[in-house]
Design a protein around this ligand. Structure first.
Ligand code: HEM
Length: 231
């Protein structure tokens, strides 16, 4: 990020020369897409085992027994991969005063009246909701998943504990899939967001429109000569 951006006007100081703002490092993007692929595979293999009408999905994983073997291992991969994202992003997802105002004006968010919203930092309250609910749900999924992973842990748990674990595991999985749908919908709905996770950068206009406080901080640091690496 350079000082080539006028944060008051929300535009490049050089007309016709768009400013590109770094948002994610290559490492963060690889980490994100490993997490995304593992959640999709986990959902497909989990749904295949969830109800007989979805059993046909086991065909994607080489049949019923193989799906049963692979599913928990993908869960372990998701857990560690998401843990990587957690370490990278937890600070930027801490709740700030403007997030309460943003949330109270959710109607304006949904009707596209962004001019009525407060300036927000790197993430808005909706993104923070996705982050923290995914964090909690993945902990519930891995804990209950280990309890019902008979191959390795059956001797440590009782049948009663397993019954509860199966129920909680299924409820948490439905919630995680719902949160994932909200996340993907929002990423597509807010135009210009997907490139943040594919190319690692966004346009100055996108940052000014959706995350103005974050942009101001970047411009402030750049004007003091501090480097502003993507995270
Ligand atoms: C497969 C479809 C997915 C797509 C298309 C997608 C897309 C995106 C995009 C575009 C961003 C950047 C948003 C921004 O910088 O404002 C992002 C951020 C992020 N995504 Fe995804 N994502 C997907 C799946 C997932 C999954 C499965 C998880 C977690 C289980 C996840 C966790 C995150 C996190 C933690 C961030 C950083 C935002 C934050 O910390 O609040 N994503 N995603």
């Amino acid at each position: 990020m350079s000082t080539e951006y006028d944060v008051e006007k929300g535009d490049s100081v050089h007309p016709g020369k768009p400013v590109i703002v770094d948002r994610y490092t290559a490492g963060a993007r690889v980490n994100h897409w490993i997490t995304a692929v593992s959640l999709v595979l986990l959902a497909l293999s989990g749904l295949a085992l969830f109800h007989p009408s979805l059993f046909f999905l086991t065909g994607l994983f080489g049949g019923g027994p193989l799906t049963r073997v692979i599913h928990p291992w993908i869960g372990v991969l998701l857990f560690f991969s998401f843990f990587g994202l957690f370490l990278r992003f937890w600070k930027a997802n801490l709740w700030k005063r403007e997030d309460g105002t943003w949330l109270a004006r959710l109607r304006d968010v949904l009707t596209g009246h962004e001019e009525r919203l407060p300036d927000v930092g790197k993430y808005n309250a909706g993104q923070k909701f996705v982050f923290w609910s995914m964090s909690a749900l993945i902990i519930v999924l891995i804990t209950t998943g280990l309890i019902i992973w008979d191959q390795y842990f059956s001797v440590f748990t009782t049948i009663e504990q397993k019954r509860w674990a199966v129920l909680i595991h299924a409820i948490a999985a439905v919630c995680a899939i719902s949160v994932w749908i909200i996340h993907v919908y929002a990423a597509i709905w807010v135009r210009g967001t997907i490139r943040a996770m594919t190319r690692g950068s966004v346009t100055g206009g996108w940052a000014w429109r959706h995350h103005r406080k974050w942009l101001r901080e970047l411009v402030g640091k750049a004007s003091k000569g501090k480097s502003t690496p993507a995270e």
